[in-house]
Ligand binder design. Structure first.
Ligand SMILES: Cc1cc2nc3c(=O)[nH]c(=O)nc-3n(C[C@H](O)[C@H](O)[C@H](O)COP(=O)(O)OP(=O)(O)OC[C@H]3O[C@@H](n4cnc5c(N)ncnc54)[C@H](O)[C@@H]3O)c2cc1C
Length: 220
């Protein structure tokens, strides 16, 4: 079985940073990634809170992170980790390829999109329901788009979507956003954005594509 000193699972910002530290400490580092190195920032339109970089697209920043880790000769492998077994000090990583034994494992598998859990969501995913504005926004040119949520991602993505949509409606279950002030100001001053407060989506309705949302005001 292949034996490595340090195996890092996930090549998002955390995994790539760990790879840089591992290599600089003189370790043999293997990074396992099931998708594209960079993780969630690959689907981020603009990043302006990374110190030292005033503005970059997520993909640009992901590219610099990956190049930084490659500069220190971290090895990358495209594979999905299915399980890890620990037997005493022995750690075996089971991938969709061969198993790998590692002296140390860093799990940096990040996060995945949070589902709404509303009826119709699963059936209409890819048919009007999307979790990534950068990936899918352009498919909805001149259409009305609803963004559900009230944090930074929802508010920033709503602004991003105004370049395609005829109108963007943010549906938020509370009466104020949790997003950064700057992001809120940009959204609230955008004439294409409307906000429906204190409201949740009860159902997503449509035959082949999303046609309408059934909303419920949580206050009335
Ligand atoms: C739309 C959007 C906009 C954002 N905007 C900003 C922003 O402007 N500023 C900011 O600071 N943050 C932003 N974020 C958040 C930021 O992207 C995350 O905080 C950051 O990516 C987390 O890094 P991570 O390495 O922990 O995890 P992730 O980025 O989630 O990376 C985890 C990696 O692990 C891989 N992986 C998972 N499971 C396995 C497995 N079993 N086998 C192999 N590989 C696996 C995944 O494919 C992924 O590449 C945004 C996020 C989104 C979704």
């Amino acid at each position: 079985m292949e034996k490595r000193e340090l195996v890092i699972i996930g090549a998002g910002p955390a995994g790539l940073t760990a790879a840089i530290y591992g290599k600089r400490s003189g370790l043999d580092v293997l990074v396992l990634e099931k998708g594209i190195p960079g993780g969630q920032i690959n689907v981020t339109d603009e990043i302006e809170n990374w110190t030292g970089v005033i503005h970059a697209s997520g993909a640009e920043l992901a590219d610099t992170f990956r190049k930084h880790a490659e500069h220190f000769k971290a090895e990358f492998r495209e594979t999905e980790v299915k399980a890890i077994t620990v037997d005493g000090g022995r750690k075996v990583i089971h991938t969709d390829g061969d198993d790998i034994e590692a002296e140390a494992v860093i799990i940096a598998t990040g996060a995945s999109f949070k589902k709404l859990g509303a009826p119709g969501e699963k059936e209409l995913t890819g048919r009007g329901v999307s979790y990534c504005a950068v990936c899918d926004g352009a498919f909805f040119e001149d259409q009305e788009i609803a963004v559900i949520g009230g944090g930074n991602t929802a508010v920033e993505e709503a602004v991003y979507l105004t370049q395609f949509a005829s109108k963007v409606t943010i549906i938020h279950r509370r009466d104020s956003f949790r997003a950064d002030r700057l992001a809120i100001d940009r959204a609230m001053s955008n004439p294409k954005i409307e906000v429906i407060w204190n409201t949740v989506v009860e159902e997503i309705v449509g035959e082949d594509m999303v046609e309408k949302l059934v909303l419920k005001n949580v206050r009335t």
